[in-house]
Design a binder for this molecule. Structure first.
Ligand SMILES: Nc1ncnc2c1ncn2[C@@H]1O[C@H](COP(=O)(O)OP(=O)(O)O)[C@@H](O)[C@H]1O
Ligand SMILES: [Mg+2]
Length: 305
């Protein structure tokens, strides 16, 4: 098996007296979509910020492509930074720039590509994330939530990264836009050979696209495995991460879906889906199957949400 693309060992992060991570270790495998889950405030975003160099850890080692972040020269750090794209939890786009200018921003910072080519590349990236050319001159305020996420993804892909960091990419999207975004991520991974570090609390996303899932709890990664393995070997430290969340995005136009709390991930990732038995039944049944997916097709020419 290839060496991991990211290796984290014994990571410690603190803010004053608050210890967010303590001896946290994790490998991210090349080419995988790794889901990262954990309760609010368990340090998912801080972990991502540590990996991309925005958070200086108190201790521990992080290596990307075998290079220790703490030992990089400035030039090596810049070169490494060009290899990843990031979609942050908040502030996905610069509000004072158009979509095209947003996508071009990393290219202006890291390359000397001339103006006409910058325009062409922005158009290409827009198409890649399923946005029409007409989105290019628009400002973020003129876009829907799904379009903003796609535009932010296009910016994250501007430098043709091999690593993509996504922090809660489907948060705030309606279920159909969220499903389409999941499909887009999966297709881009196949198309571009990306490795994806994906923070999410969206169970549909976990089931739909993640190869493995890392569970953060007690300041550490307490489990990392494909979902079927997590279900079979629940870890006591996982807690009720998803308790009370609705499960199964609505079947578009269907009356079957009920926005009820259906997932009990009890004290240990023993996941239990409760779904309506049938359209005519008011009963519920438990299932360990992934929830039904909305049929979404997502292609390069896909129309925006
Ligand atoms: N820059 C900061 N200064 C102080 N505390 C912070 C900072 N960033 C994050 N924290 C704290 O660290 C903890 C983990 O934050 P975060 O990684 O954002 O959680 P989440 O798992 O929800 O993404 C939280 O308690 C948060 O308040
Ligand atoms: Mg966060």
């Amino acid at each position: 098996m290839d060496a991991p693309i990211i290796t984290i060992r014994d990571l410690v992060n603190r803010f004053g007296t608050q210890v967010v991570h303590e001896d946290l270790s994790l490998d991210v495998r090349r080419g995988e979509i790794l889901g990262v889950v954990g309760g609010s405030g368990t340090g998912k975003s801080v972990l991502m910020r540590s990996i991309i160099g925005l958070q200086q850890p108190a201790a521990g080692a992080i290596a990307i492509e075998g290079k220790q972040l703490s030992q990089l020269s400035d030039d090596e750090a810049v070169a490494l930074r060009r290899r990843w794209g990031v979609l942050f939890q908040r502030g996905a786009l610069f509000s004072t720039l158009t979509v095209a200018e947003n996508i071009q921003a990393p290219l202006r910072e890291h390359t000397e590509i001339d103006e006409p080519l910058l325009g062409e590349i922005a158009g290409y990236k827009l198409a890649m994330v399923g946005l029409p050319p007409s989105a290019a001159p628009k400002y973020p305020v003129e876009l829907s939530g799904g379009m903003i996420k796609r535009a932010a993804l296009a910016r994250a892909l501007a430098l043709d990264p091999s690593l993509l960091f996504l922090d809660e990419p489907t948060a705030g999207l309606d279920p159909i836009a969220a499903s389409a975004f999941d499909a887009l991520i999966r297709e881009l991974r196949e198309l571009l050979g990306l490795t994806v570090f994906l923070i999410t609390h969206d169970l549909d996303t976990l089931f739909a696209i993640c190869d493995r899932v890392a569970v953060l709890a007690d300041r550490k990664v307490v489990a990392v495995a494909p979902i079927p393995e997590l279900l079979e070997n629940p870890h006591p430290g996982s807690g009720n991460i998803f308790e009370g969340r609705a499960v199964g995005r609505p079947q578009h136009g269907s009356s079957r879906w009920k926005p009820a709390p259906v997932m009990c991930l009890s004290a240990a990732l023993s996941w239990c889906w409760l779904q309506p038995c049938s359209a005519s039944s008011s009963g519920w049944r438990a299932s360990t199957q992934a929830p039904p997916r909305i049929s979404t097709s997502c292609s390069m020419a896909r129309s925006p949400d």
